[in-house]
Structure formats: C-alpha cells, structure tokens
Design a protein around this ligand. Sequence first.
Ligand code: SAM
Length: 225
Amino acid sequence: MKKGDWEKLIDNLIKERILHTPKIIKAMRSVPRRKFLPENMKSYSAVDTPLPIGFGQTVSAPHMVAIMNETLQLEVGQKVLEIGAGSGWHAATIAEIVAPHDAPRSEWGHVYTVEIIEGLAEFARKNIRDAGYSDRITTIHADGSIGYPEKAPYDRIVVTAAAPDVPQPLTDQLKPNGIMLIPVGTVHLFQSLIKITKSPNGKIKRENLGGVAFVPLTGKYGHRS
Ligand code: SAM
C-alpha cells in the first residue's frame, strides 16, 4: 500500500532521530494533524511547519510537537497540563500516550488544556470531541499563564506560547519529579525552550534546550494582557 503524506512525515522525523520512543511514534502516527485544522489548511497538514488556525494563532510544526513529547518523558497515567490549546492537536498526541486505548481505563492519565481565546477554546473542544478524545482531554477557556490550580499538581506541564519568563504559579503547580517545558523570550525573536525539572524535595533545575519560535503567551504572566 502506498504510504500517505502523514506516514512519510513521521518516517522522516524517525530518520532524523527527532522521534525515537516507540510509544511516542505510535501516538504521533495515530493522530494526524489534518483532523485538527481549519478546512482551508487541511491540504498542508503534512508539511513540517506551523500552520494558521485563525485568530492570529498557529498550530505548532510536527517536529516541534515531536521534540516536546520526547523531552517530556510521558508515561501512561500522568496528569498533564497544556497551556495554549490552539487546535487541540498537541493535546491529542499527549492523550494517546498518557491514556492509550490499549491500557485499562483505570490506568489512564488525563490532559487539561487551557486556551485564552474563546473562539479557539471552542475550536479545540470541537476538534477533540470529533476526534474521540473528550474522555481524556478537558478543554478550559481561561488565562493559563496562572496555570490551572483547580486540578494541580501536574506530572507534566507544557506551554505552547512564549512567556517573558517562567511564571511562578506554573512552577508551583508542578509535582515533585515533574517536568515542565516552556518557551521563554521576547515576542517574536530570541526565544529558548526551557526545561524545568522539580526534584523529589522540590529543588528546581532549569536547562536551556535551544532556540525556538512560538507565538507570545498573553495574560497575567504573559507579554500583554
Ligand atoms: N498547542 C496548540 C495546538 O496543538 O494547536 C498550538 C498552540 S499555539 C502555538 C499557542 C496558543 O496559546 C494560542 O492558541 C494562544 O491563543 C494560546 N495562548 C496564549 N496565551 C495564553 C494564555 N495566557 N493562556 C492560555 N492560552 C494562551
């Protein structure tokens, strides 16, 4: 059978060693970005770039989602907070890893994804429902720069918009042994992907994983409110 464009994209990410963990490869293969795009963008879904999703926002490039998912060390059963739901696609790839259908439901983790733009929160919620993830992902319309204290603490936090610095409430909402990924930097240029690891006794380690380009985080701890 001829391979589809999405299969070929995933094969390339494996060849480039961006994707290497079998369960993450499986999850990325099984959640094509196409299902989460506006109609006029669907034909570009397997191009490895960010794509417009309306409201001046973008869905991340597949290689960036692959890098983040690999770095997060995701496991079945984890509670994950995503800030910046956008299209809902990244959240769905995470749900496939922390709550896969081949694991008993009692062992499933959950993804909470927060979106500040109401129209996009509705878009993400609809995409998540249509793709069959409503039981594993909760979409919240709120300012995620303050985290989502209602369900804290989290095993993993992933922020998909660039903040001026790491918001303290997000660090506070991370469990011991937790990992957070967050782009930090100026509005358009000079952003770095920061990995925060919390030790069992609450000590924070901060690593710079290199340059990235994300839309700005807004809200209380963002670039503007
Ligand atoms: N993860 C998304 C996906 O899979 O489509 C892409 C996210 S897009 C790069 C960043 C998103 O963060 C935008 O939808 C933007 O509206 C949202 N955002 C920015 N500041 C926010 C905040 N303070 N709280 C929640 N969402 C925020």
